[in-house]
Design a protein. Structure first.
Length: 276
């Protein structure tokens, strides 16, 4: 089962109640609330109000989009993040694997991030929470290989990863990376950018998303597919994008659909699209 939802950072300029209303009107089920605007960990009153907005519109909070980067100097901040996630009703916290790419990181930097993630996972478990890595450039989870290595190094049962289409990766290459991550993916950030960070309608990369959801149909457990960064940051297009997402999830395998990105060559799993 795939639950469909929205990352609140898509509309970070809107109040949480308006974000929740837009998501509900578009027929979405869940929200990943961002810690930057809608649910700052140091503002429990704001977090409670955001949870109230979710409840009012019948939405579940599937994850807490934190900006904890798992560097040793930040570890003291994580208990507050975990408490905010519990207050929000989120079962999972999105975290970042440092602030340097896997090829540039020194062994010492990598060891420090691994140790910090391991301790954050322990704290999260004490609060009944899971963690998920943001799959993103300038982190240790910037490639499939480095992400799998990092998950193994941390060795925590409650740590998995997110996935999103790497920037400029052709459809087949992107889907192959998702397949390699397998059941270690807990949620997918859904958007259609091509080339670079040019924002397209979701339907403009139909081939990519049909391939993604065909692959995910074989999973043993469900996940969330979360719309993020719609064209123009425009709430008016959310219903259209949500409808395209539902079509992609319901897609039946058949002849490959064509999209702009499918016909291009080049790209790299390591080049990620920005998620802030």
């Amino acid at each position: 089962m795939t639950r469909l939802g929205l990352c609140s950072v898509t509309f970070r300029r809107l109040p949480a109640a308006e974000v929740a209303r837009c998501a509900a009107d578009a027929g979405l089920e869940v929200v990943e609330w961002g810690a930057d605007v809608h649910a700052p960990p140091e503002e429990p009153g704001t977090v409670r109000a955001t949870r109230d907005a979710s409840d009012r519109y019948g939405l579940a909070c599937c994850s807490y989009g934190s900006y904890f980067r798992a560097t040793p100097g930040e570890l003291a901040e994580f208990p507050a993040v975990a408490r905010a996630a519990v207050l929000l009703g989120a079962p999972r916290v999105r975290v970042w694997a440092g602030g340097v790419g896997s090829l540039a990181a020194t062994p010492q930097e990598r060891r420090g991030i691994v140790a910090c993630l391991r301790e954050a996972a322990r704290i999260a478990a004490d609060h009944g929470l899971e963690l998920a890595l943001e799959f993103h450039s300038m982190t240790l989870s910037d490639t499939v290989a480095s992400t799998l290595r990092l998950l193994d190094e941390v060795g925590a049962d409650n740590l998995r990863t997110y996935w999103q289409p790497p920037l400029d990766a052709p459809d087949e290459e992107a889907v192959a990376g998702l397949a390699e991550l397998g059941d270690r993916v807990s949620a997918v950030h859904v958007f259609s950018w091509w080339p670079g960070n040019r924002r397209l309608r979701l339907a403009d990369r139909e081939g990519l998303w049909a391939g993604v959801f065909d692959l995910l149909k074989g999973r043993r457990e469900g996940l969330e597919a979360l719309l993020e960064f719609v064209p123009g940051d425009d709430p008016a297009v959310l219903a259209r994008e949500a409808a395209a997402l539902r079509r992609a999830v319901a897609h039946r395998p058949g002849p490959p659909a064509q999209s702009t990105a499918r016909r291009r060559s080049g790209g790299s799993i390591g080049r990620q699209s920005p998620t802030w």
